[in-house]
Design a protein around this ligand. Sequence first.
Ligand SMILES: CC(C)(COP(=O)(O)OP(=O)(O)OC[C@H]1O[C@@H](n2cnc3c(N)ncnc32)[C@H](O)[C@@H]1OP(=O)(O)O)[C@@H](O)C(=O)NCCC(=O)NCCS
Length: 192
Amino acid sequence: MLGRRAAKGKLAHGLILRLGRRKAKERAAQVYLREETEADQREVEALYDLCFAPGREALSSYRLREGVGRVRELCLVAHDDLGILGGAIRFWPVTVAGQTVLLLGPIAVHPTRQGEGLGGYLMIDSLDRARAKGWERVLLVGDAPYYQRFGFRKLNGVQMPPPTNPDRVLGLALKDGAWTGIHGPVQRTDRG
Ligand SMILES: CC(C)(COP(=O)(O)OP(=O)(O)OC[C@H]1O[C@@H](n2cnc3c(N)ncnc32)[C@H](O)[C@@H]1OP(=O)(O)O)[C@@H](O)C(=O)NCCC(=O)NCCS
């Protein structure tokens, strides 16, 4: 049973997510989300190259993705009504303590479209799809001030391959208690 304070916090959090979801969809009007296909791949890579520092693939999180298939039903692209790519999000499966976890990222929005709610739309829509598909927990490496609005919190006791700042290792439970008792290094998985 949740205490009164925790229950109130949970209700408030649910309300913030519902409002955030509505706001993101309104702000990102005229933007269409769909699953990424093979034909989108080069354009998505170019967007990531533009939005991230050179050498992004040297990051330790890329070692977890090498040779592993993406979770295709959750990798989304956002186009405007002229068909111009505005943003993209990808997911990979990884393993922590023998449990399957979704690794969120990269996510990027074209610099000319940032601050319009597109990032929020991609986050909320893909996380809704993940929940609907039965995924239980999500992990990412990123800035807590951005991701906490989607419910992500610092994950204690879960280690990304070094060098990763532990304060940037964030998790979200898509099912109550899904991260409880799950500790250890993040490892590559064979699922794909
Ligand atoms: C991070 C990113 C995906 C957000 O997409 P976006 O479409 O601009 O985001 P939204 O419009 O949904 O949200 C904008 C809000 O997020 C805030 N925000 C964006 N990046 C942030 C960050 N790194 N830390 C804290 N807040 C951030 C903005 O200040 C803005 O705040 P406001 O709503 O109070 O005005 C986009 O800025 C981007 O592609 N950045 C470069 C690549 C990157 O850093 N990817 C994330 C890797 S961890």
